[in-house]
Every structure is written in structure tokens, then in C-alpha cells.
Design a binder for this molecule. Sequence first.
Ligand code: HPA
Ligand code: MG
Length: 215
Amino acid sequence: MSSSLEIPDDEKGYDLDLFCIPKHYENDLERVFIPHGLIMDRTERLARDIMRDLGEHHIVALCVLKGGYKFFADLLDYIKTLNRNSDKSVPLTVDFIRLKSYSNDECTNSVKVIGGDELSALSGKNVLIVEDIVETGKTMQTLLSILNGYNPKMVKVVSLLVKRTPRSSGYRPDYIGFEIPDKFVVGYALDYNEYFRDLSHICVMSEQGKQKYKV
Ligand code: HPA
Ligand code: MG
């Protein structure tokens, strides 16, 4: 099973005053949950694990927008560092997709891939899907079944976060940064109604923040 840094249910995180938080979010957050430095350090190791397994062939890194953009950029920077400092290196190309979920009357979710190049370009390639968070796992399972229809050589999934939740389908990504309790988190490109993507640390919102940015 994929290893991850497990954050326990009783983890309290850190007082906001111990870190630098943008003024405009000061009252909208409760605690810092995963400091930016820890995200970076864990991402560095994920890059190494991924290159160990995928570093033989051209990799197509597929960023799932918008939440995945920070993790994608930092992960690829670490992979590039490995590529320029090792005896072996592989070309890395990138693509960016967004997923649109539709719920129909029977509550069965369907997912549509929007943006990005033609998925037929993935045929025969090693594909690395880069996601911010896996919660139920249903979206990722649907995306995987769509991509597999285009005959890639291999598909691996890396998710920065996996939430421990009874809503999980049991799906686990191949590489996991952190396993977190069933709390709503924001920052490092994860949003609440588009806010908090411009926050470096992963944080837990305050009641005021939830009210203020409610739609
Ligand atoms: N935060 C932000 N986006 C999310 C989350 C979360 O905790 N879970 C699923 N999407
Ligand atoms: Mg996401």
C-alpha cells in the first residue's frame, strides 16, 4: 500500500501567530494545519519515489486544475532537480486539465475532462496525474477509466492529500503526500469558493471565514 505521512485525528495544528499569514485572511482561519515548509519537504521525497518508478520513459505530467497547480509546480521542480543531477534523466512534458462533475437524477456522478490536449496523445505514454486532494476517490476512479480508454503505457496518480473519511470508495492513489482527518482544509491552491488559493500553508478555516466566503 502507498505510504503517506499520516496526520492523526487529534492533530491541533499550529497557532496562526507562529507563521506569516496574509492580513486579508487573518480572521478567516483557525489554525495552520500543514506548514508550507513541510509540504515542500514531503514533495521532495515524492519526487524521488516517482522518479524511482517512472524514471525510465518519457513522462506526461497531467495537472488537475485548479487545486493541483501549486503542488504540480513544486513537484515538477523537484523532479527537474533530480533530472539534472542524476546519471539518468527523462523528458517531461506537461498538460493541464479541469474536471467537471455532473450529477444526474440517479445520483450517479459523471466526470467530463475539459481543456488540455487531445487525450489520444497519451497513447503509449507514462502518465502521471497530479491532484491536490482525494476525498471519496470517485472522481479519480472515473478519470482513470476515461484515460485508460486512450491506451497509455502506464498511469500513476500522485495526490498531495488524502482525506480519511467514511465517504471514501476505498480508492488510494499510488503516491500520497499526507493523509489527513475529515476536515475541510484550504491553502496551497486548495480553495473554499475560490478563496485561499493565495495562502502558502494548508490551514483550517474559522467559522467567520466560512460565513464570509459562503456563496
Ligand atoms: N478543501 C478544499 N477542497 C476540497 C477539499 C478540502 O478539504 N475536499 C475536497 N475538495
Ligand atoms: Mg482537486
